[in-house]
Design a protein around this ligand. Structure first.
Ligand code: COA
Length: 212
């Protein structure tokens, strides 16, 4: 019996490989974050974790991902897929399910190192986890949110069929800011999904951890 079947889960797209986080990959992810995710004057995240001093960023990052790994439960799970291009980590794509067996809803969040942005990878990795959630977990809808000025993130969502689903007002670096909530159903994704087929390995042993 494999105690952590997520270590054998792999999603493959045309260009990318997505695997749940492991310590070796997290150390590479920290280097990607250190090299920069966004211009210093712009904050795309509701938790401004990239504002941490360089000396703290690494440990904070490890502890954040470890805590989600340690707290994985059927009624509240976070999967953090490390994104690899030609074997090298370039970012991460998170998928969260709360009471998933009942709600059949997931939410997502993601980022890429700056040098890897603008090449379509963000769209490809989001499409990958949507296909995973809809086709392999039986999700009926997926949601996400982004600040209204985060053009790249909103365009990824729109191009995959998400529709606007209201707004949220929060504090960004101490200033009021508005996030757009976005929602896509399995039916809508079916008409927007890319043509390539997602290759999924190692899912069967993971299902008892994610679906009742
Ligand atoms: C958001 C993010 C994951 C998108 O990934 P990406 O690989 O850069 O996006 P893609 O190359 O797939 O492009 C998606 C769309 O956004 C557009 N786009 C990309 N970068 C853009 C930018 N800086 N400004 C405006 N539009 C942009 C692309 O033209 C494309 O539009 P289209 O579908 O209409 O052709 C990535 O930009 C990122 O990590 N940003 C910083 C962190 C972040 O904002 N995370 C999300 C928090 S909600």
């Amino acid at each position: 019996m494999e105690p952590w079947p997520l270590r054998n889960l792999v999603l493959r797209t045309q260009r990318l490989e997505l695997r749940p986080d492991d310590d070796y990959g997290l150390h590479q992810l920290i280097e990607v974050a250190r090299a920069g995710i966004h211009p210093p004057e712009y904050m795309p995240f509701d938790i401004p974790w990239t504002d941490a001093p360089d000396a703290e960023l690494g440990l904070n990052t490890l502890q954040f991902y470890w805590s989600h790994r340690a707290q994985l439960r059927l009624d509240n799970w976070h999967l953090h897929f490390l994104i690899r291009l030609d074997g090298k980590v370039i970012g991460e794509q998170a998928v969260h399910g709360r009471d998933f067996a009942v709600t059949r809803e997931v939410s997502t969040g993601s980022w890429l190192g700056r040098e890897f942005q603008g090449h379509g990878y963000g769209t490809e990795m989001r499409a990958a986890v949507l296909a995973f959630a809809f086709d392999h977990l039986g999700a009926v809808q997926a949601r996400t949110s982004a600040y209204v000025d985060n053009e790249a993130s909103l365009r990824v969502s729109r191009s995959l069929g998400y529709v606007d689903d209201g707004t949220m007002r929060d504090s960004r670096r101490g200033e009021p800011a508005v996030q757009l909530r976005m929602l896509v159903t399995a039916d809508r994704f079916a008409t927007f999904r890319p043509r390539w087929k997602l290759d999924v390995e190692g899912i069967d042993e993971c299902l008892p951890l994610l679906i009742a």
